[in-house]
Design a protein around this ligand. Structure first.
Ligand SMILES: N[C@@H]1[C@@H](O)[C@H](O)[C@@H](COP(=O)(O)O)O[C@@H]1O
Length: 261
């Protein structure tokens, strides 16, 4: 079962996640981080950047693999996930750009981009902690409903809902690419620790489905139930549809001091 931690707000979630990631990097300076985009992980990156600046922790050897990328955006497009990861993660934390990877969404090489990415992740020794958000339709990465639990990095067609949701980052919905390249559910499940975050009422249903719903390809987030080490950080609104909420609070209140996030 995932450990579900209900926190006061996004910033509290960001602090908890950042503390755990900082501890990981201190123990393993070349740790491999699985980086998610979207608005949800931003408090984690902000808290981590602040903590690293305060502690002087050496992050120059940290490696990173993004979950996904749009296909066909011109290189350097500000909404490409490469650009977003550079802006929101690499620069504020002071990571080494050449050690941070995103799937290659260029059309010319797209046919082998998925296999290339899988190979690179495997050769890195695997992701230590994978940060995840969740889409309103339950997608993780860009694994839309119906994605196989055995899927690996590949090209997917975005749902209309996801294109609508992500239109806020573009001039119009028509500008949101139709295709993406995303780590598969099996790729994500290979990470050693999954850290799923969700905030706000709009995520409540998707989150409840992921944590407590039937394990089904129709709800890609439910794949987390197959993973042995999952931490779910949510605010009250995102937690509002969880049936076992009292138990999660009870378990967290009685968490052994030695057992970290
Ligand atoms: N590919 C990303 C996902 O990785 C992310 O989880 C989702 C939710 O976005 P937000 O965190 O902004 O709600 O959006 C995008 O579609």
């Amino acid at each position: 079962m995932a450990e579900v931690v209900v926190v006061a707000d996004k910033d509290a979630a960001g602090e908890l996640a950042a503390e755990s990631i900082e501890r990981l990097i201190a123990a393993k300076p070349d740790a491999v981080l699985g980086l998610a985009t979207g608005s949800t992980p931003l408090p984690v990156y902000r808290a981590l950047a602040r903590r690293v600046a305060e502690s002087g922790l050496d992050v120059s050897h940290v490696r990173g693999y993004a979950l996904d990328e749009y296909v066909g955006l011109p290189a350097g497009h500000p909404e490409s996930y490469r650009a977003v990861i550079t802006r929101e993660v690499v620069e504020p934390l002071g990571l080494t750009p050449s050690l941070i990877h995103t799937p290659n969404g260029a059309r010319k090489t797209i046919e082998h981009a998925g296999a290339d990415y899988e190979k690179a992740i495997a050769e890195s020794g695997g992701v230590d902690v994978q940060i995840l958000g969740i889409g309103t339709d339950g997608h993780i990465g860009f694994n839309e409903p119906g994605s196989s639990f055995a899927s690996v990095t590949r090209v997917k067609t975005l749902t209309e809902q996801t294109r609508k949701d992500n239109a806020r980052f573009f001039d119009s919905e028509d500008d949101v690419p139709m295709h993406c390249i995303t780590q598969g559910l099996s790729t994500i499940l290979r990470a050693r620790h999954l850290l799923l975050l969700a905030f706000g009422e709009g995520k409540a249903e998707a989150l409840a489905g992921a944590v407590e719903g039937p394990v089904s390809a129709s709800n890609p987030g439910s794949a987390i139930q197959l993973h042995p080490h999952v931490t779910v950080l949510v605010d009250e609104a995102a937690a509002s549809r969880l049936r076992n909420i009292d138990y999660y609070r009870y378990a967290y209140d009685h968490k052994p001091a030695w057992q970290k996030l």
